[in-house]
Ligand binder design. Structure first.
Ligand code: ADP
Length: 271
């Protein structure tokens, strides 16, 4: 704790009152550390592709044949696309983090959300010869109050992760169960799993269990942080259960009743 003390004096110089303010330095130090880590992480994440683009564009100028030209151009394109993903994710995160961010919400058919999620992941599953199967418990005309674009993005992030951290020809199950109070979405894989000690931290920005693997798969380290923020603006929750070598289950819950929904409807504006 930091105590700041200042004296208020009368015209004749006599002290007539003291103002004491107490600051919680542990919290301030922690926030300052988070800020520093964030700047260091962003710089690090962007530095790697920038170094590669600089190096390969120099090499491109001296390319000896068409083959080299093609190879260097492809690397530059891949690295630039990676940077684009990081910047897009950071912009989305920062708009979600604004304290006055109230994205537009509307009652949306859950079937539509699931369909859009499946569509946006389809080609990645084909590439890896894996299967995405859909298990919906209730009639799909059920609705949920959400920003459709954001909820689809959150589910897509979970499904793409499930695919990324599984072997080829694996099965990922996207499930949904709805009752009057809650819409529960689940994403289950039989992939590498997440060690117990990492399970809480994976929702932090840039936290990765295996940074090299994640990067080589095109990950930005921001996907789960985005999922957490999207869930938070919907007043929902997200949790993980996982066992190394067996697989993971992510559970995302959104409320379907209660006073919070009225608040969400009233406050929603454009993001
Ligand atoms: P990334 O872009 O690195 O995948 P995320 O924020 O989406 O970033 O995930 C953070 C980390 O959590 C990943 O790097 C990975 O180590 C771990 N992870 C996320 N989803 C899974 C999963 N389904 N199976 C195993 N590990 C996962």
């Amino acid at each position: 704790l930091r105590f700041l003390c200042s004296a208020l004096t009368t015209d004749s110089g006599q002290v007539n009152s003291l103002v004491v303010s107490i600051q919680d330095m542990t919290e301030l130090t922690r926030l300052e550390q988070i800020r520093k880590d964030f700047v260091a992480n962003v710089s690090h994440e962007l530095k790697t592709p920038i170094t590669s683009i600089t190096g390969f564009s120099e090499a491109l100028l001296q390319a000896k044949n068409d083959q080299e030209y093609q190879r260097f151009t492809q690397i530059i394109h891949r690295q630039a696309a990676g940077m684009q993903r990081i910047v897009d994710d950071l912009l989305l995160l920062s708009s979600l983090e604004q304290t006055n961010a109230h994205p537009t919400m509307a009652w949306t058919r859950i079937e539509q959300i699931l369909e859009e999620t499946v569509q946006s992941c389809k080609y990645r599953f084909e590439e890896k010869q894996s299967t995405l199967s859909l298990v919906v418990d209730n009639p799909s005309e059920y609705e949920v109050l959400c920003n459709g674009m954001l909820l689809t993005q959150a589910l897509t992030n979970l499904v793409i992760n499930a695919l990324t951290y599984s072997a080829e020809r694996s099965v990922v199950v996207l499930g949904c169960h709805v009752d009057d109070e809650t819409a529960t979405f689940t994403v289950k894989d039989e992939g590498i799993g997440i060690p117990k000690e990492d399970q809480e931290r994976i929702f932090e920005r840039f936290y990765r269990v295996d940074a090299a693997r994640s990067r080589s798969q095109g990950g930005t380290g921001l996907g789960l942080s985005i999922v957490k923020h999207i869930t938070a603006v919907h007043h929902g929750s997200v949790a993980v259960q996982s066992e190394v070598g067996k697989g993971s289950l992510f559970i995302l819950k959104l409320p379907r009743s209660g006073s919070i929904l009225q608040e969400l409807e009233e406050r929603s504006d454009s993001l």
